[in-house]
Each structure stands twice: as C-alpha cells, then as structure tokens.
Design a binder for this molecule. Structure first.
Ligand SMILES: [Cu+2]
Length: 639
C-alpha cells in the first residue's frame, strides 16, 4: 500500500499562531500539516495516540521519489504530551521491513526507548504488526522522535514532540511555533551509504555542473520553483567546494523547514511587538544547521528541552538532533527569514516570519564563508595515551586498537595538504601544512581543555583567538563555535547555557572513561576507541555512579554524540548550572568532558547522531546495572 504525501514543494503554507491566553499555558501550535489527535480517554485512563509508518511518495525537488511517512506526512505529526501524564502510542508498521520509533531526549524506561537490540527486550516492530509504547511523561520541553532502524529516519520517519509543563509555562510569548529543519535526498539512503563507503568524496564534488542545473530546471514543476532554483544557485549554491570533510553528503541534499523546501514559503505570522517563541529542532539525518534571523536577535530559553537562563544570541549552530527554544520580538512589519544554512554551505532551509501572508521575504543576506578545516583545527589533539591531558588514568573502552597518528594518516597526506593550503576565508587560518612537524605531543601537554576561555561568547573573536594561539599551543576552547560570522556576532556556545535546574549539581565523578572518536573518512569507517559497534563490548555503569566521559575527537569531522536515557552534563565551567543535554557536539580535534549520572537502569544506546556515522559503526551500548559494574581496563597502570 502506498500513501501519498501531499506535495510540499509548491504552493504556500501558512501557519497561524493563535493569540495567547493570559497565562500562556495553552498555546495552539499549527506548525505542520496536523497534530496527532489523541483518542478520547476514559477518566483515569491514559490518552492514546495511533501512528502508522508506511511507504509513501514524496516530492520535495520536483521529482517524485519513494519515501516513508508517519501517518502520511513528512515530518510525521506533532505529538503533544503533558508533563505528568502517561500516554499510550500504538505504532503500526506497514513497511515490509522491521521498524522502530525512539523518543529523542525523553527520560523513559529502557523497554520503551525504542532501539532494537539495545533497549531492554525490544527487537523492533516487525512488518505488519503494532507495538504499544506506554510512556510515562515526567519532563517538559521540545523534543522529537524518529526511527532507529537502518536509514529509515532519512527516508522520512521522524517528527516533532512537545511536552507542555505541568505548571504554567514560565516562557511567555504571544506566538508559539515549531520549526523543524531536516535534510532530504532524492537518492535512497542505502544508496547514499553505499556511495560513501565506495568513495567518501562522492558527494563532495566541485561545483554542481551546468548539466545538473539544466536537468534540475527541467524537472521543476513551476516557474516559481525554477526561479527559486536559479536564485539558490546564484546566491548560495555557487561556492567552490573543496574536498574537505565539512559534510559527508554535500550537494546531495534538499533542506526542509517543517517539510517545506526553499522556494515554497513557510510563513509564520506575527504582529509587530509580539513575542514569538520558536521551537527549533534539527531533525536532519546528517546536517548541522547554522540558524539565524537577520535583523533579529534570539533569546535562548530552553536547550534540549531543559529551561536555561535566557541568553541573547545572534546565531546558533545546531548539531544534528539538537533542540532549542528561542524567543524573538520583531518590532517592524517586515518579512524576516528564519534561516538555516548547512555548515558546508550547500544550501539552506527557511521559514518566513511575516506580519501577513504573501509578504515577500527580504533578500537573503550574503552567505557565511564556508569553513575550511586546516591543521590548525587539529593542533590541539594531544595524542594517544591520555597521560598528557591532566587525567592520570582514564579508563578506556577497548584500549589500544588505534594509534591516533595513523588514523590521521588515513586522512591521506594529499588531502591534508590540500586542506591546509585551501583558501581560508578571511585569511585567518593561513596555511596549516607547516604545522605538521609541530605536532609534538610532549610540547602540547597542557591542562584540561575546559580550563580555557570561560565566558567566551563563541563568535569569530573567540575562535580567532584560538587559532592565533597556535604558536603557544594553548588548548583551543572546545566549546567555541566559529560559523564564519563577522567578529562581534554572538554565536551560542555551550558555555552560555546555564541550567535553571540541574538536579545533579556539580560533583566529583566516581569514574572517568575516555571515549575517543575515531574513524577513517577515506574508507568511511567510524568508530569509538577504534572499535565499531559490532566489535565492541557494552560500557557498563553502576547505578547511582557519576561518570565523567572524556570525548577526544581524533577525526576531522564534528560528531553529535547522543546518549539515551541519561542526561549528559558538559563541563562548561558553570558549576551547578552546567546544562543538561541529550546530544553534545564534539568538534574536530577537540577534547571535552561530560558528566553522566547513571540514574536509570537498563540498556541505552550511545552513538553519533550523524546517521551514516552511526550506521558505519560509531555506536556503543551502555548498560546501567544495580551494582558490581565491570570496570574497564585503565589506559595506564595505577600507581
Ligand atoms: Cu559522527
């Protein structure tokens, strides 16, 4: 059976935020085609939601392609729960393969976490069957849900999830909108992965060719769409593409905002002076999105579903799977763009924030320069032993399988040189090739990376300082984010996040476990501590322990590390206000610590949320056991 997803590439969708009630406790959001309706529940009985995952056809590019949809839409319907209730979600699998749904960021029992083979007693939802999830909802905030089976998420099996707080929402806004970014490929995701494995530079070719453009134009259904394609090419798509590792699947993607590609305007209405809450979700399989609203600052009020002290920024780099709530207050009757640029600058998604329907959005601003990785980005990788990072003896999952320098060698000498010598935007990064001989581990030593740059407000200035410090080999701030924004731009860093309630506080960890992020871009192998998922043992934690996980990214790519069932607390220097995150981005060549309090028993997935990295092996099972957890081998003799 085939359901057809309503064409989203053409026409106009307008979403009206309703006027707020005085207490702003119950705002209606209509960000998507529809909200999943709960069946009327008998008193005292849980509300029930029915979802069906089925084959579908989707047209985001002018071509109709096979897809998978939840209740016939991509993204799937909005699920809206209330803190304190128990809900039942029946998921029917109408595919001809096993599927699953995982509730990203929800703290729920392992048995209903939805990862086949890892969640307690769960092996997926076989074709033609219905699985009943019973979810106790004990938190609030903005989250999402997605398949955890193969590459189904990339085919369309994902959707937004909002939990309203039990008490009146402290965040007051007259409008409340959801903006879910995602990436779509006309190619089947299995094909994408096969191509990446065959030749990782497959999607990173130089410019899209003229032939491509002609074909794309010919396939466009309307003149409006053709114009959009041309504008995209001229304004944004025309940059030189180097064989760098910024994005694996460059050029193959169309970026969507609530399922709407650029050119089909997704309009969010406001009246000047109103406060508008935007619930931003990066539901992309592989893409980091640099989000900004030219002409407006954004006040971040919630990170990963958890309330934070309001912090005003101009730009947010959203790693795959991250969620942020921001409040904006447009005072002019203008059509603002809520703009998400992919980090590799291959494209963008946009929603238009406008006082009335049909108001043409303002022209796109100049794109940010595309980041070019240089050896400077790697210069703080302190080496293989763990001895030189201020931690005497971290435990190590699967020790000794990879020598980082050889992993770096795998990047290919030619590739390195090319990256180092590549045109560095703004000239700030110079030629990194000469740095190679300076990669002397002894000379790099240095204290904990988190000691550096407290209070740095991301932005060009902070990261510029990091690069400038190369000579002195000061550790680069692993949390500073460089989006290529001009100096003075406030780019959100995890250091800016201060939890309104971090119930775990600050404390010394019981254990420290080193997790090196390893890989080989050329062969498209991704791993943790040199071992792919299927070759690795679970990481076993003892219930109640506080564990420090030290991520060491030895690769040239970002990895969005996600731990199910347990919050991660990045050690950003804010003491007992360090934020609680479900996904932590670890930038290339950096080291950072997160604390995890093992307060939920069972099996939990722990993986990179870049879909093809996970599929290639960058995943572990974490098991939380009542007592007697097995320690891992120490990386150095105790003494
Ligand atoms: Cu990754």
């Amino acid at each position: 059976m085939s359901l057809t997803v309503p064409p989203t590439g053409r026409g106009r969708r307008v979403f009206l935020g309703s006027a707020a009630t005085a207490l702003a406790t119950r705002l209606d959001i209509m960000p998507l085609a529809r909200t999943a309706a709960a069946q009327a529940a008998a008193p005292g009985q849980p509300r029930t939601f029915d979802l069906a995952i089925a084959p579908a056809s989707a047209n985001f590019t002018g071509r109709t392609r096979p897809a998978m949809a939840i209740n016939g839409t991509i993204p799937g319907p909005l699920l809206r729960f209330r803190e304190g209730e128990d809900v039942v979600v029946n998921v029917t699998n109408r595919l001809d393969e096993t599927t699953s749904l995982h509730w990203h960021g929800l703290i729920i029992p392992s048995a209903v976490d939805g990862v086949p083979g890892i969640s307690d007693g769960f092996w997926g939802i076989p074709a033609g069957t219905t699985f009943t999830y019973r979810l106790p909802i004990r938190q609030s905030g903005t989250y999402w849900y997605h398949a955890h089976s193969g590459t189904q998420e990339q085919s369309g099996v994902y959707g937004p999830l909002i939990i309203d707080p039990a008490r009146p929402d402290p965040i007051v806004a007259e409008r409340d909108y959801l903006v879910m970014f995602s990436d779509w490929t006309d190619e089947g995701p299995d094909r994408v992965l096969a191509n990446l494995k065959r030749d990782s530079s497959w999607y990173n070719f130089n410019q899209r060719t003229l032939v491509d453009l002609v074909r794309e134009l010919a396939g466009a259904p309307t003149a409006e769409r053709r114009e959009a394609i041309l504008r995209d090419r001229l304004d944004w798509g025309n940059m030189r593409m180097d064989p760098t590792d910024i994005e694996d699947v460059a050029s193959g993607y169309t970026f969507l905002a609530n399922g709407v590609p650029p050119g089909g305007d997704l309009t969010l209405l406001f009246r000047p002076g109103e406060r508008v809450r935007l619930r931003l979700i990066n539901g992309s399989a592989m893409t980091y999105q640099d989000v900004r609203i030219p002409g407006l600052s954004m006040t971040v009020v919630q990170a990963h579903g958890n309330p934070v002290r309001p912090v005003e920024v101009d730009e947010i780099r959203m790693a795959t799977a991250e969620t942020y709530d921001v409040v904006v207050q447009p005072r002019e009757a203008r059509a603002y763009s809520v703009l998400a640029e992919s980090t590799g600058r291959q494209g963008y998604a946009r929603a238009v924030l406008a006082p009335r329907e049909g108001m043409p959005p303002e022209p796109l601003p100049p794109h940010r320069p595309r980041p070019v990785l240089t050896m400077a980005d790697m210069n703080m990788n302190p080496g293989p032993t763990g001895l030189d990072r201020g931690t005497p003896c971290p435990e190590r999952d699967q020790p000794g399988q990879v020598a980082p320098m050889s992993a770096m060698g795998d990047m290919g000498g030619g590739g390195m040189a090319g990256m180092g010598a590549g045109a560095a935007p703004g000239g700030a990064r110079g030629d990194g090739t000469g740095v190679m001989p300076g990669m002397d581990h002894g000379a790099m030593g240095g204290g904990a990376a988190s000691g550096a740059g407290h209070g740095a407000m991301g932005g060009g200035a902070a990261s510029g300082a990091g690069h400038g410090a190369m000579g002195g080999m000061a550790p680069r701030d692993p949390f500073a984010v460089d989006t290529g924004a001009p100096p003075g731009t406030r780019v959100l860093s995890y250091r800016n996040l201060r939890a309104l309630s971090n119930r775990y506080g600050a404390a010394r960890p019981d254990r420290t476990i080193e997790v090196r992020l390893t890989g080989n871009m050329q062969r498209y192998i991704w791993s943790m501590n040199g071992a792919m998922f299927w070759n690795a043992q679970p990481i076993v934690l003892e219930y109640g322990n506080r564990v420090r996980i030290r991520f060491i990214n030895e690769t040239m790519m970002n990895h969005a590390m996600h731990l199910h069932g347990l919050w991660m607390i990045p050690q950003v220097g804010n003491g007992d206000e360090d934020p609680l995150l479900h996904t932590v981005n670890v930038q290339p060549g950096t080291t950072l610590d997160v604390d995890v309090v093992a307060d939920a028993e069972g099996g939990w997935a722990f993986h990179c949320h870049l879909l093809y990295h996970m599929e290639a092996g960058m995943m572990r099972k974490v098991e939380v056991r009542p007592a007697g957890a097995r320690r891992l081998a120490a990386a150095c003799p105790r003494g």
